[in-house]
Design a protein around this ligand. Structure first.
Ligand code: PGA
Length: 253
């Protein structure tokens, strides 16, 4: 059996302040959760990134990046800049970026490649809308989102990649996919990736996170599923105690 290190990732979105960094740090330190078998990642707003103590054994990430190397792109941040400030991970194609900022599958794929080129780990976010699901198009949408990236990458570009399956209807709504519904999508994604990356076996090692109203009450059941290798957590990561409870659930499952 392939072992995939569970990844519990916080996506703070445009939330958080010094006080949240402080409470998160002290919660992580005092509860010894970082010594267990779970990788903890925090993707705060970039202005808070440097506030995390470098002695804290967590990973840090960004929520977005530019698809360009450098140049006249006012307001954008390049992947090399993100690497320089200590990011190991960068989210690509979060559904809020896709929906609110019009990021296409192709743009997301370009960002994925930029992240890989800087030696960082992309977290490719994919997921269907409620309408897609009601129309029976979940797998087709996931396939299209994956195809855009597969078509411009080599197999080895996936070696450090993480995928986050985040059904749009579950993000920030309080409605969570059942473990069975999530597992079925995760299994589809892993199988599809396996079919398209046969040489390096990246599908067996690629961590596929679930995102969409993951919280202390449902984390353990979701994380018990064979193809769910962690979580990407929004709302519940803004409360230290809830995030801790999810890390503990990951350690227990
Ligand atoms: P949520 O957000 O946990 O608040 O649903 C998840 C995400 O957007 O990554």
């Amino acid at each position: 059996m392939t072992s995939r290190l569970t990844l519990i990732a916080a996506n703070w979105k445009m939330n958080g302040d010094d006080a949240l960094v402080a409470s998160m740090q002290s919660m992580l330190l005092t509860n010894n959760v970082l010594e267990k078998n779970v990788e903890v990642l925090i993707c705060p707003p970039l202005t808070l990134l440097s506030k995390f103590s470098s002695s804290l054994e967590i990973s840090l990430g960004a929520q977005n990046c530019s698809e360009h190397d450098s140049g006249a792109f006012t307001g954008e941040i390049s992947t090399s800049m993100l690497r320089d400030i200590g990011c190991q991970y960068v989210l690509a194609g979060h559904s809020e970026r896709r929906e609110l900022y019009g990021e296409s599958n192709e743009l997301v794929a370009d960002k994925f490649l930029q992240i890989v080129r800087q030696g960082m780990k992309p977290i490719l976010c994919i997921g269907e809308t409620l309408q897609d699901r009601q129309n029976g198009q979940t797998e087709q949408v996931l396939k299209q989102q994956l195809d855009a990236v597969l078509s411009i990458t080599e197999e080895q570009d996936w070696q450090k990649a993480v995928i986050a399956y985040e059904p749009v209807w579950a993000i920030g709504t309080g409605e969570t996919a059942t473990p069975e519904v999530a597992q079925s999508a995760h299994s589809y994604v892993r199988t599809y990736l396996a079919e398209h990356t046969k040489t390096h076996g990246v599908a067996a090692t690629c961590r596929i996170l679930y995102g969409g109203s993951m919280k202390p009450e449902n984390a353990q059941d979701l994380l018990a599923m064979p193809d769910i290798d962690g979580g990407l957590i929004g709302g519940a990561s803004l409360v230290s105690e809830s995030f801790l409870a999810i890390i503990n659930a990951a350690n227990a499952s």
